[in-house]
Write a protein that binds this ligand. Structure first.
Ligand SMILES: Nc1ncnc2c1ncn2[C@@H]1O[C@H](COP(=O)(O)OP(=O)(O)O)[C@@H](O)[C@H]1O
Ligand SMILES: [Mg+2]
Length: 323
């Protein structure tokens, strides 16, 4: 134990609703090493927000243990909270104050020097717009201000629950760059996301959960880096598939489309050209979360989750980034 910044053991959370009992988190053993960006990847409703809320003392586990910086929480939460920054719920800022004024107010409240405000504005690249009113900010700027606010106290651990949800592409890019930069500086970042590509781009290591259970954990390259899938456009997929298979390439026709698994796409071009078949396109298919999931759950049974809520419960809203 204890090179780990976040650890849980058999963490369990049961919710009782009008529709019955449901498991949000089941026997989760999370281990987040110090330094770098750790992805917490799972589809909507898989238990990410619930886990994070339990870690931060915002929800009580049904059972299980949790440690932050090697200290049992929630018991020792007051000790470790000063080292943790978190953006879980939409943060409250004064709409008529500028971003800078909001941060100054906060800096005063938590007792950090005002010079720190300039540093964190710089880190999240809000420098140019810091004197605009908060209410005029785009969603991406509001989100970056929220991250800036948590950075004021110079945390060792930053927990971000789906920070790019609802942002436009440029907002997403900026947040991702900010997160990478923080990870590079030695801050441990827990980044929850339902987007595989985001975790692939930003994270060093990741834990994948589905239906409240851990499916896999480890270095991102090991988890989702396996051979690339290529979609190949040809006039006759079936005969092209035959030519590729004869040449030793792993290929198949799915839904009338030719798909090849290889790390050497040039071999596809070569083999098909030699067979007198010319491509109209060769497109790398992103491994999607769904297929990673299917691979991960192959052979293991998820059927013992009968009492689980199957659909996200829409009768509540705790501001925890639904859908
Ligand atoms: N306060 C609550 N009451 C009842 N069910 C809840 C509550 N919070 C979460 N859940 C359920 O727990 C499951 C996990 O939700 P959540 O942790 O928000 O998932 P994620 O953040 O991965 O989208 C979902 O099925 C959700 O409906
Ligand atoms: Mg969530």
């Amino acid at each position: 134990m204890s090179e780990m910044v976040i650890e849980t053991e058999g963490l369990h959370k049961v919710f009782r609703t009008r529709r019955g009992t449901g498991y949000a988190v089941r026997d989760l053993n999370l281990a987040v090493p110090a330094g770098g960006v750790h992805g917490f990847l799972g589809p909507n409703g898989s238990g990410k927000t619930t886990t994070i809320r339990m870690l931060l003392g915002l929800a009580a586990p049904t059972r299980g243990r949790m440690r932050l910086f090697g200290r049992d929480v929630p018991h020792h939460l007051p000790e470790v909270l000063p080292r943790i920054g978190a953006v879980v719920e939409s943060p409250k800022f004064a709409p008529n104050f500028s971003g800078r004024q909001n941060l100054q107010l906060l800096a005063g409240t938590i007792g950090v020097p005002a010079t720190r405000v300039d540093e964190v504005l710089e880190t999240v690249s809000l420098g140019g717009r810091d004197r605009d009113r908060f209410r005029a900010y785009s969603l991406g700027m509001k989100q970056r201000l929220a991250i800036a606010a948590t950075l004021l106290k110079d945390p060792d651990l930053l927990i971000l629950d789906e920070p790019t949800n609802g942002l436009d592409p440029s907002g997403i890019r900026e947040i991702r760059e900010t997160i990478r930069e923080l990870g590079g500086r030695g801050v441990t970042v827990l980044l929850s996301s339902h987007i595989l590509a985001e975790v692939q781009q930003v994270c060093d290591s990741a834990t994948i959960i589905g239906r409240g259970r851990m499916l896999a954990s480890g270095r991102v390259d090991d988890l989702i880096g396996a051979g690339t899938t290529w979609r190949v456009g040809v006039p006759d997929p079936v005969s092209a598939c035959g030519a590729l298979t004869a040449a030793g390439l792993t290929s198949r026709v799915a839904d009338g489309r030719l798909v090849v698994e290889t790390d050497a796409p040039e071999s596809v071009t070569r083999v098909l050209a030699a067979a007198g078949i010319y491509l109209t396109e060769l497109v790398a298919e992103r491994a999607d979360l769904e297929s990673v999931f299917l691979q991960l759950t192959e052979g293991t049974s998820l059927d013992d989750t009968a009492t689980r809520l199957t659909e996200p419960d829409t009768t509540y809203d705790e501001g925890g980034a639904p859908a």
